[in-house]
Design a protein around this ligand. Structure first.
Ligand SMILES: NC(=O)C1=CN([C@@H]2O[C@H](COP(=O)(O)OP(=O)(O)OC[C@H]3O[C@@H](n4cnc5c(N)ncnc54)[C@H](OP(=O)(O)O)[C@@H]3O)[C@@H](O)[C@H]2O)C=CC1
Ligand SMILES: O=C(O)CCC(=O)C(=O)O
Ligand SMILES: [Mg+2]
Length: 740
């Protein structure tokens, strides 16, 4: 039986799945398509990796490893919903929750000493951060807003905060001694192996990463961000924010960049509270309280300190927060600052949200204010400054007229920075770090000092060729100019420009407009066109793929949830991501508080349609094609009828939006004339869903307004979650009839 794998993930999309999956299963069954689920949630991954600590009935297979293998096979047809890329505090919270549910898991060891602890730590570290996406993304990325979605935004524009020419909002980044400026890059001439070593000042070499394979044509980079320069930079920005009387905020990707960015985040916490760390740094460290995990984890861990120290620490934090510039807040009502948790503010979503809100963030007084947005490394920070400058000069964008910016992203085989975690090191002593090939030749070398963050990245040749091909294909298919966002002044990009120039010659580019521009110039160029209603494809590396596919959708559509997000897998399968955003933790809070889920499943609808289409093409299943076509039309009606979830309790939410999609889809299936039997099968369903619309919607709305308990955040009780997410007996009855 043909199958589609639907992933069970975390937070809002996981809750939405409890409502949407029964619809998908019921409809797919009519085409003989089996929908299988695989649990790749944070809790599911923890359980599967620690089977040896658990009872037999608690053990589960490693679904992620299985899907990773599947992604490399031509049969792959995977629908991937967003999942939590856990920061250390989130990982610990998930472990504590599972322990409370009777899973006898080991604690996360902060300072592993014994072999057993080291093994536990290594297993947890593999689960931490962006551990799912790099495994499944065995292809490059094609993200865009379909025309129907763009038209929807034009008809129902989201709110856009006005921009004033005298906004004081700016981006601050380092100008030297960061990852961008210290980058060195080499092209590997033939397959072999390399290793990374640290050479101390006395000449002793220590292996940081033992021999690992490299392929011919691969680009290998090494770079270092210097701690001393970072500290100087941060101190200057804290003073600047205070002088300019703007909020101070920091925007990192501590989840995806799970090794480097928590360290950088820790430097920011230390820079903001210098007194605290000067006086109590040793005691905090001895109690396992690291600035890298954020202020909240220090405040929550005060019990580990002697009483007198505890008081001093609390006083120093209070004084430090009062002394510095006002901090941008994550939740001003609850006093949660930008520095509370490394995973609360994630640059790809946080910067566009700020730009959409007049360049303002929330201050401690609960009021929106201009901000100094600190993005320490200069590789990509300039993109946001260019957008801010453009908004200051020309005002906010107009969703009813602006063009669109699809993205073709280099992503396969853990390309670039997003694959660097196992090659990133916080340096312990003075010396040098070297990348050495099998013959002993030093390919890249940097002098380093304690605290510096050194990292290497790999970008394989095959993904680069595939990326160039995808860019040309997209430019041709949509007759849209394409810009490669590459900076000839940066070592890695200079190597890529050589390759792009060469591989473009393999394609017919006659009549196409293809350019290569620095990220800043590409931003200005693209924005100029965007304001005139013109479209421009951004062809970018992995980090910019991530940033731009939140930036432009959030400005154009109000959310990246409405993106079509396809990963044509290099070995022929298909991975269909649902939207380009994350798992929206705030939506879960709202559901728990008032039983309203504002999660927009449009990304799931779009992904499902292309997944059926892929299945039809790869297996010849004619009914799968009918399901795809009818779902596409149903999604069009869904947008026209504006049945997306409302943000407000008491109005249509995620569950109601699923009902309408099911109704429109059934109507399309009943009306199509390619397959009479299928049309007949859906006639009664369409009729039942149409005739009972009022009852079903009333049943869905009736439950809203009071809190719900799911008996778990990371691993809610499945029966409770299903009951909460499927409160319409009538809808459930109609769907049951379809799969019977
Ligand atoms: N592909 C993946 O697996 C990804 C995973 N992540 C993970 O997601 C988590 C949250 O990340 P965060 O940076 O907060 O980004 P999110 O994209 O999850 O959330 C930011 C905001 O975007 C809006 N939003 C996102 N998706 C939807 C949707 N489907 N419907 C309606 N609104 C939506 C919400 O706005 P509002 O609150 O105004 O409604 C939300 O608060 C993290 O754990 C992160 O690691 C992040 C990106 C991709
Ligand atoms: O994997 C992650 O941590 C985030 C992924 C992401 O933000 C993206 O692909 O847009
Ligand atoms: Mg992203």
């Amino acid at each position: 039986m043909a199958k589609i794998v639907y992933t069970h993930t975390d937070e809002a999309p996981m809750l939405a799945t409890y409502s949407f999956l029964p619809i998908v299963e019921a409809f797919a069954s009519t085409a003989g398509v089996e929908i299988q689920t695989r649990d790749i949630s944070l809790s599911g991954r923890i359980i599967s990796v620690f089977g040896d600590y658990l009872s037999e009935d608690q053990r589960t297979p490693d679904a992620l490893a299985e899907l990773g293998q599947l992604a490399n096979s031509p049969e792959a047809n995977i629908i991937k919903l967003p999942n939590i890329s856990a920061s250390a505090p989130q990982l610990k919270a998930a472990v504590a929750e599972l322990q409370g549910q009777g899973y006898d898991l080991p604690d996360y060891p902060d300072d592993p000493a014994t072999d057993v602890e080291k093994d536990v730590r290594a297993r947890y570290d593999k689960i931490k951060g962006s551990a799912v996406n790099p495994v499944l993304r065995e292809g490059n990325s094609d993200r865009r807003a379909p025309l129907s979605v763009k038209n929807y935004a034009r008809k129902h524009p989201h709110s856009m905060g006005a921009w004033s020419a005298d906004s004081k909002t700016n981006v601050a980044h380092m100008s030297a001694e960061d990852f961008r400026s210290n980058e060195k890059s080499v092209l590997i001439p033939e397959a072999g192996s390399i290793k990374i070593q640290f050479v101390a000042e006395d000449g002793t070499a220590t292996v940081l990463k033992d021999s690992f394979p490299v392929l011919a044509g691969e680009v290998v980079d090494g770079t270092v961000l210097r701690a001393a320069a970072l500290e100087e930079f941060l101190a200057a920005q804290i003073s600047r924010a205070k002088e300019e009387n703007v909020l101070f905020s920091v925007h990192l990707k501590a989840t995806m960049m799970k090794v480097s960015d928590p360290i950088i985040f820790g430097h920011v916490v230390k820079a903001f509270l210098p007194e605290l760390f000067a006086r109590f740094g040793d005691k905090l460290a001895a109690a396992g309280l690291s600035p890298n995990n954020g202020l909240a984890s220090i405040l929550n861990g005060l019990d580990a300190l002697p009483a007198d120290v505890r008081e001093g620490v609390t006083a120093a934090i209070t004084a430090g927060l009062a002394e510095g510039p006002a901090l941008a807040m994550v939740d001003s009502d609850k006093g949660v600052t930008n520095l509370h948790a490394p995973s609360d503010v994630i640059v790809d979503a946080s910067m566009p949200a700020m730009i959409r809100t007049s360049g303002k963030m929330w201050g401690p007084d609960g009021k929106a204010a201009d901000t100094l947005a600190v993005i320490p490394d200069s590789s990509y920070a300039g993109v946001y400054q260019a957008v801010i400058d453009d908004c200051r000069a020309h005002g906010a964008y107009d969703p009813t007229t602006m063009g669109t910016v699809p993205n073709v992203g280099l992503m396969a085989q853990a390309a670039e920075e997003y694959g660097s975690h196992d090659k990133t090191f916080e340096i312990q002593a003075a010396g040098s770090v070297q990348i050495v090939d099998a013959s002993g030749a030093v390919l890249i070398e940097h002098q380093v000092s304690p605290g510096d963050i050194w990292r290497a990245c790999q970008t394989k040749d095959l993904p680069i060729r595939d990326w160039v091909k995808l860019a040309v294909t997209r430019a041709r298919a949509s007759q849209t100019p394409a810009v490669f966002w590459l900076d000839k002044g940066r070592a890695h990009d200079a190597k890529l420009i050589e390759k792009v120039t060469e591989y473009l010659r393999d394609h017919d580019t006659e009549g196409l407009q293809i350019r290569i521009m620095t990220p800043e110039d590409a931003t200005t160029f693209t924005l100029g066109r965007l304001r005139k209603g013109e479209d421009t494809i951004s062809v970018s590396g992995n980090v910019l793929r991530d940033y731009l596919t939140d930036l432009f959708p959030i400005l154009e559509l109000g959310t990246s949830a409405k993106m079509l997000s396809i990963v044509p897998l290099i070995n022929g399968g298909g991975l269909f991501e649902t939207g380009a955003g994350g798992s929206a933790p705030k939506h879960v809070q709202q559901l728990l508080k008032e039983n309203h889920l504002r999660w927009d499943s449009l990304g799931e609808f779009l992904a499902l349609a292309v997944s059926f289409e892929h299945l039809a093409t790869s297996t010849g299943n004619a009914r799968a094609r009918i399901l795809a076509d009818t779902l596409d039309r149903a999604t069009g009606t869904f947008l026209l009828e504006n049945k997306s979830p409302s943000r407000k309790v008491g109005e249509l939410d995620n569950r109601g939006s699923h009902f309408y999609l099911a109704q429109y889809w059934a109507q399309e299936l009943a009306q199509q004339d390619d397959d009479a039997e299928l049309a007949a099968a859906f006639a009664a369903v369409a009729e039942a869903l149409t005739a009972n619309e009022e009852t079903i919607v009333a049943q869905l709305l009736a439950v809203q307004g009071s809190p719900v308990d799911l008996a778990g955040y990371y691993r809610p009780d499945a029966a409770l979650a299903a009951a909460v997410m499927r409160p319409s007996a009538k809808l459930n009855e109609v769907l049951a009839g379809l799969s019977a």
